[in-house]
Design a protein around this ligand. Sequence first.
Ligand code: AVI
Length: 349
Amino acid sequence: MPNSPVKSDLADGKVPNIVELWRDSGRRRFEQDVYEGLSGKPKRLSSMYFYDEQGSELFRNIMELPEYYVTRVEREILLAHAGEIVAPLLETPCDVVDLGAGDGLKTRILLERLVGHDARYVPIDISQRALVDAWRACRERLPWLPVLPVRAEYFAGIAHIAALQPDRTRLVLLLGSNIGNMEAPAANNFFRSLRDALRPGDHVLVGFDLVKDLEVLHRAYDDSAGVTAQFNLNLLRRINRELEGHFHLADFRHHATFSHARQGMESYLVSRRNQQVRVGKFQFDFAAWEPIHTEVSLKYREPDVHEFAQNAGFIEVGQFTDAKSYFLNALWRVPEGPASSSPLTRTDP
Ligand code: AVI
């Protein structure tokens, strides 16, 4: 369905042309992943299934929480360093490509600096609603800016970037610590394929959440209002809704803990009692206090960031942090010379 407009907005004639590259592998893959994840030991479910309509709404609520510092501190960094970040774009026409854009709120801090310049904004996300919101907000606040939304997951998004007009410099954004939801091999793989899709002189800006006081991390991933717990439990609700699951949510609790071995927060749903739960034609046994692993949110130190850049073959141009050193935005450039030819394996986050 290429270039299909968003139906609900057709009425007022104000619709973005969304390039549709999203291939929802749908119910069968979800069912298969749930079956394999809950049959395994330890049990696990992929965090990629968090983001249905309700989950995306809950994540928007998380970003507003006082305990979830990530959004706030990255905004602080972008406000302080927007000029330096967009400086390399000012010499030629440019495309700002926003991978996992959400509503693009933070990105607009950078885009505002490109007024009067031949710039375009390419938000890429799997959520149609997020893309429409990002497009609308730009139309209102940055009416001079062409916006070319793309509905795709990361790897299809990267392929799309490779096909963008060759005479424009690109700045690719991966903000908000989205990289932290990938294990290190998947993250390296991701950066390598991104680098291979870019040309010399293109730039990348990546948000890395830094290792910090464990109390701060625990509060961010287990907030007092229980929104993060609901976000995690929504996975069971989604299984109930889409796969005829029979989970009683009160029989599971959200648990978030820091793993020193993994250097990151791990989220679990823990069974409060011995129970059997039916999902469609399958039945799963849970022992009392048995966990289902649902998410990693890895945290980084500066050498980790350096290693990612080196492994993928980027030149480090700048590193920007907030006043508390909670978060780091790294700006990398693609060097002259051919892209690496090492084979890539596709890895889901
Ligand atoms: C989307 N991602 C970067 C968030 C994170 O911090 O790992 C998802 C999240 N999980 C719990 N709270 C927020």
